[in-house]
Ligand binder design. Structure first.
Ligand SMILES: Nc1ncnc2c1ncn2[C@@H]1O[C@H](COP(=O)(O)OP(=O)(O)OP(=O)(O)O)[C@@H](O)[C@H]1O
Length: 290
C-alpha cells in the first residue's frame, strides 16, 4: 500500500501551555512494498509521524493517504478499524502486551478482535508462529515461559495474524543484544520479501537503517530533512552530524553499503568524509540512487 503525507501538521496540547508542534507541514511518500526507515534525534517527530499511519493520532492539518484510506484533519467519520486491519503496529517492547494463558490464544486475539472465527484465527496463528520460527512444542505453553526474544516473536506473530499489508515498527530491537537484533531484523526482511509487506521502521540505529531499508527518511524538528536511498543519505555525513545523528565511524559500515548495492570495490580506510566521497565516486554520483 502506498502511503502519502500531504502537508501534515500535528500539534499536541493545542491552546495549552504545553502546546508542541511535533510535525510541521510534512509531505512524504512511502512506496508500496518498500522498507522505509525513519531516523532522527530524540524528539524529532518520528513516533508522532508513524502513529498517523494507522490512525492512532489524527493530523491537526493536512492529509494522509494509505492505499484507499484517506485521513484528514477534523474528519469525524473515519473507518479506523478497517485501516488498522491493513496497518499493523509493532510497539516498542511488544512482549509487554502479551496476556493470554497460552501462546496460541495470544496470537489468535488480534484476528478474532477483527471478527475472524476461532477456527480461522487458529489456522492463521499456526501459520504465523511458524513464520516467526517458534517451535510447535511451545504453542500451548504460557507466553511467560519464553525468553524475551521468543516473547517478542509471539507478539509479532499476533500482528501478522491479522494479515496487514503495512507493518509499522517502532524501535523493534529496543533492549535486544546484537544477536537478538539481527534475528528480529532478518525476520522482518524475510517477511517483507515473502509477503510483499510495506515496512516502516523507526530506529535510532544507523546500521540497521542502512542494512535493511531501501528508503531512509531523516526527521529534524518535526520535518523531513532528507529522504532517499540509504547510500545517498549516509554519504551526507556532515549534514547528519549537524542534526545530532551518530554515524558509525567505520569503513566497514560504508563497505557494507557498497556491497548491498552490488559494488565490489572496497573503500580505503581514510577519514569518514573521504570515505563518503569515495562511496559517491564509486556509485557514479548520487542522483541514480535516490
Ligand atoms: N503526548 C504528547 N504530548 C505532548 N508532547 C508530546 C507528546 N508526545 C510527544 N510529544 C513531543 O513531541 C515531540 C516529538 O515527539 P516524538 O515522540 O514524535 O519524537 P521521536 O523522534 O519519536 O522521539 P524519540 O526518539 O525520543 O522517541 C517531542 O518534543 C515530544 O516531547
Amino acid at each position: 500500500m502506498d502511503i502519502t503525507f500531504e502537508q501534515v501538521t500535528h500539534v499536541y496540547g493545542r491552546k495549552t501551555p504545553f502546546e508542541k508542534r511535533a510535525l510541521n507541514n510534512v509531505s512524504i511518500h512511502i512506496p508500496s512494498g518498500s522498507f522505509t526507515s525513519i531516523i532522527g534525534h530524540t524528539g524529532s517527530g518520528k513516533s508522532t509521524l508513524v502513529q498517523h499511519i494507522n490512525g492512532i493520532l489524527k493530523p491537526s492539518a493536512g492529509r494522509i493517504t494509505v492505499g484507499d484510506f484517506v485521513i484528514r484533519a477534523n474528519e469525524k467519520k473515519q473507518n479506523l478499524k478497517a485501516l488498522r486491519e491493513k496497518v499493523g503496529f509493532v510497539f516498542q517492547y511488544p512482549e509487554h502486551q502479551l496476556f493470554e494463558e497460552t501462546i496460541i490464544k495470544d496470537v489468535c486475539f488480534g484476528p478474532m478482535n477483527f471478527g475472524v472465527s476461532e477456527a480461522e484465527a487458529t489456522k492463521r496463528a499456526e501459520e504465523c508462529l511458524q513464520l516467526v520460527g517458534l517451535p510447535s512444542q511451545l504453542w500451548h505453553r504460557s507466553p511467560f515461559d519464553l525468553s524475551g526474544g521468543q516473547m517478542r516473536r509471539v507478539a509479532i506473530a499476533g500482528v501478522l495474524a491479522v494479515r496487514p499489508q503495512v507493518i509499522i515498527l517502532d524501535e523493534p530491537t529496543a533492549g535486544l543484544d546484537p544477536m537478538g537484533r539481527e534475528e528480529i531484523l532478518s525476520l522482518f526482511k524475510d517477511l517483507h520479501e515473502r509477503l510483499n509487506l510495506t515496512i516502516v521502521m523507526v530506529t535510532h540505529n544507523m546500521s540497521d537503517a542502512a542494512n535493511y531499508s531501501d528508503q531512509v527518511i531523516v526527521m529534524d524538528g518535526g520535518k523531513p530533512l532528507m529522504a532517499g536511498a540509504p547510500e545517498r543519505i549516509f554519504s551526507q555525513v556532515d549534514q547528519l552530524r549537524k542534526v545530532g545523528l551518530d554515524i558509525p565511524e567505520t569503513m566497514e559500515f560504508l563497505n557494507r553499503l557498497l556491497d548491498r548495492v552490488g559494488k565490489k570495490e572496497t573503500i580505503p580506510a581514510f577519514t569518514i568524509n573521504e570515505a563518503a566521497d569515495a562511496v559517491i565516486k564509486i556509485l557514479g554520483g548520487v542522483k541514480d540512487h535516490v
